[in-house]
Design a protein around this ligand. Structure first.
Ligand code: GAR
Length: 192
């Protein structure tokens, strides 16, 4: 049975698009269906992109709401979709314990650094400012900490030729787009 997946975004959604493509015609085709794309920001570019692939989209605005209140609204909204997994793709919000308990071991995130070396926001800026030759991408389960959940996989990003922040991000995202779907496939296969 294909896993029923919702992707949560806050912005451009380039990772989201790569996952949708793979679920419709790539390595995730036999493994999952993207049922819904949800943004906490009205202006997220990814909403339009998801629609263009025929995916249902919705926006639940988080601004001005207390974390717990927003997350309960999210839990109640998502219930009817009977989701197997929640995939975070540039969703720039910390989830409360209520949400994490509801989808225990079924929330997956991508972080643009090795989570043992750098947690939180600004990972590409950190790699650039420290003139790193390479960095890493981590795909992990989400627990109640920030980027502390069980690691599913890490992949190296070569930065030797990336001499600007824009290039660091470009190199990183190129790896993210391929690696995220590979790691999702690994999880879905293992739990099929
Ligand atoms: C990606 O680089 C992702 O790894 C990062 O935000 C970007 C979203 O890009 N996520 C985090 O930093 C989470 N803490 P996208 O919207 O184009 O996929």
């Amino acid at each position: 049975m294909k896993k029923r997946v919702a992707i949560l975004i806050s912005g451009h959604g380039t990772n989201m698009e790569a996952i949708i493509k793979n679920s419709q015609n790539g390595i995730l085709k036999d493994h999952c269906e993207v049922i819904l794309v949800l943004s906490n920001k009205k202006k997220a570019k990814g909403l339009k992109i998801a629609k263009s692939y025929g995916i249902e989209t919705t926006c639940i605005i988080s601004k001005g709401k207390k974390r717990k209140k927003f997350d309960i609204e999210l839990i109640n909204f998502l219930e009817k979709y009977k989701l197997d997994y929640i995939v975070l793709a540039g969703f720039m919000r910390i989830l409360s314990s209520e949400f994490i308990k509801t989808y225990k071991n079924r929330i997956i995130n991508i972080h643009p650094a090795d989570t043992d070396k750098f947690k939180g926001l600004g990972a590409y800026e950190w790699a650039y400012e420290n003139k790193l030759d390479s960095t890493a991408i981590t795909v992990h389960f989400v627990d109640s900490g920030v980027d502390t959940g069980k690691v599913i996989g890490k992949r190296k990003v070569n930065l030797q030729k990336a001499d600007t922040l824009v290039k660091v991000k470009e190199q990183g995202l190129k790896v993210e787009h391929k690696f995220y779907s590979e790691m999702l496939k690994k999880v879905f296969e293992k739990n099929s």
